[in-house]
Design a protein around this ligand. Sequence first.
Ligand code: IPM
Ligand code: MG
Length: 357
Amino acid sequence: MSNFKIAAIPADGIGPEVISAGLDVLKALGKVMGDLSFDVTHFDWGSDYYKTHGVMMPEDGLDELKKFDAIFFGAVGAPDVPDHITLWGLRLPICQGFDQYANVRPTRIIPGIQSPLRHVETGDLDWVIIRENSEGEYAGSGGRAHRGMPEEVGTEVAIFTRAGVTRIMRYAFKIAQSRPRKLLTVVTKSNAQRHGMVMWDEIAAEVAAEFPDVTWDKILVDAMTVRMTLDPQSLDTIVATNLHADILSDLAGALAGSIGVAPTANIDPEGRFPSMFEPIHGSAFDITGQGIANPVATFWTAAQMLDHLGRGDAANRLMTAVEAVCGAGVTTPDVGGTATTKEVTDAVIAHLEGRNS
Ligand code: IPM
Ligand code: MG
């Protein structure tokens, strides 16, 4: 019997709509499995909270979250609050404070969703991108001087540490090793970035020696965009820096048919802190409140959460239902369908319960 304590932070835009759909599906899944339940606590943190309190979450927010097994996160971003405030006020403090240094982004073509690539079908594109999530280009190191003056200067310094690079490489090799193809591609830019990226390459080679059964190769990030587009079958597990993987994962989402179905997990592989699971799509203010947000990314990240919590059986069951529903054409408008969020959610629940409507 597993009972998990989940912190739900739906936050902004369509976040509350998709998180509520995700929680409905998890509840139904728990009932069907019979030995799985969730004890969910909601937090109202986000941009509305910011407008009232001047902060995105209370000062002791992380202490509150520490008590949970996992965090189920919606989206942050509001049209009337600057993005760097919403981001650095909630999501990044959680990622950094809980040392969720591995960002895991699976991509595959879900049945019923069309890849924009000709001749590429479900099964041809099955990747996991491992994004370094604690340092690199997004470490927050830098500053501005002489603001507004002609001589103004802004620096944004990429930080690569031996400890940080080694741990993400080890994590990526382990994920590659756990997948049938045991194949890892290390993304780099060590021709132009001759310090941090050269160290990155050296550490990749050192860590590779610990995983003799994993086949690995190395590719420059610009060439990687070409390979992802023209030869998607040649890739399986991919590891890249914070910035490189940020960009490549958007490309991956597009090549798989829609960024609207892409999930992500912010993992503390050592399990010292709760990990955080979220859809990649963001707050999507243009469709907020219309009931047509695509809940598939949230269902998929719920499956990642179950996997992380040691319930791979439940994760598989959930993904089977999601793929069947999408394959039957029950999809939202962003991926060419006509269904509402609720219709997709109800269809997934019906499939879980064996009522294949
Ligand atoms: C993502 C998002 C974020 C990121 C944004 C909101 C800063 O694009 O999860 O990829 O790049 O980290
Ligand atoms: Mg991004």
